[in-house]
Design a protein around this ligand. Sequence first.
Ligand SMILES: Cc1cc2nc3c(=O)[nH]c(=O)nc-3n(C[C@H](O)[C@H](O)[C@H](O)COP(=O)(O)OP(=O)(O)OC[C@H]3O[C@@H](n4cnc5c(N)ncnc54)[C@H](O)[C@@H]3O)c2cc1C
Length: 369
Amino acid sequence: MPVLQASSRIAILGGGLMGRLLALSLARRGHAIDVYDAHGPEGDGAAARVAAAMLAPLAESAITEPGVVRMGQHGLARWPELLAQLDQPVFFQQNGTLILWHRQDAGDAQRFCGLLEKNRRINPSLPPLQHLAGEDLQTCEPALQRRFAQGVYLPDEGQLDNRQLLAALHATLARLGVGLHWGQARELGQFQPGTAGQPDWVIDCRGLGARGQWTALRGVRGEVVRIHAPEVTLQRPTRLIHPRYPIYIAPKEDHLFVIGATEIESDDMSPASVRSTLELLSAAYTVHPGFAEGRIVEVATQCRPTLPDNLPAVRWSAPRVLEVNGLYRHGFMIAPAMLDVVMQLLDGAEPQLARRFDVAIEHAQLATA
Ligand SMILES: Cc1cc2nc3c(=O)[nH]c(=O)nc-3n(C[C@H](O)[C@H](O)[C@H](O)COP(=O)(O)OP(=O)(O)OC[C@H]3O[C@@H](n4cnc5c(N)ncnc54)[C@H](O)[C@@H]3O)c2cc1C
């Protein structure tokens, strides 16, 4: 495959999470970048805008593969470096994840924790789970006020503010002179990279918007509620194990909480259902009654761009056309790793990172326009 030459012209389709991050790294290397997005700079067409942006490799190890977990560990180290390149501050914390359950769900909690312990044995660089009860749980999270008898603390896990990140990336890309073309939907077939008047390279980061091109992609619908709750002082992402309504509560700055998320096999982007909203809010209220007086700021729906194996992949559509997709429910957790994988491919280097993270590098033929 060709190697990216200095001062290349690169078109990036999709200015959600992956597109903006790639644009930042490539622009900082001196390439001339144009980003085309079907929607606006706020990310209103992006899964990235609705996400909770938790960075939780050990918690997620219960439902994903070891390579994704390793990407998550890589991401926790890389995010501070990436955020330091931005012109605006972005809330980022690495204050762990707290797992809770009600007494009647202790069996489910035991199974869940057993799975995490098993994954720690596979990957001993993950931090040990800390089982907390009584006073220790109270000290870890005073806001719980002894409503839970037991919990498990996963140290080091993180989160960031997704909307601040999208805004900071937008501002920094504009300052770097990146061509930002909002409200400009594009298809891969509209580009013939390397020919006269065309960009040298095209990188497709359209998430679910690339379905027409990458037909294996599917949407996994997620509904979240944003609540402003001044009475709630939870300090870190808190997950409730529950047989019917497993939820997380991700605290952002100024008592803003993202409560999510449903996970429904559907690419239906219509507004959140009454049932989902009731379940999310009821479950959150059982964690902290202070949510009762909170104000619902937003109820949002988006679909996670997902490939059949629920794993991310990179695909060459043509010698100078690269697609990056399938970030599913782990986009923020793994985006720095995917960024580094793609930069290594563009440099024509040995794909060591793709191997380390088990990222599939696929090849497909671009249908003629
Ligand atoms: C409810 C929910 C909760 C989540 N929580 C977390 C979490 O806690 N932690 C985590 O790590 N991840 C989380 N995620 C996953 C994360 O948001 C996604 O994996 C990530 O946003 C995918 O990034 P992307 O850049 O591939 O796609 P997106 O962020 O969806 O961006 C795709 C962009 O392409 C644009 N586009 C589409 N079609 C076109 C076109 N034809 N032309 C030009 N542009 C186009 C869109 O407008 C959009 O801006 C969550 C997702 C959801 C939905």
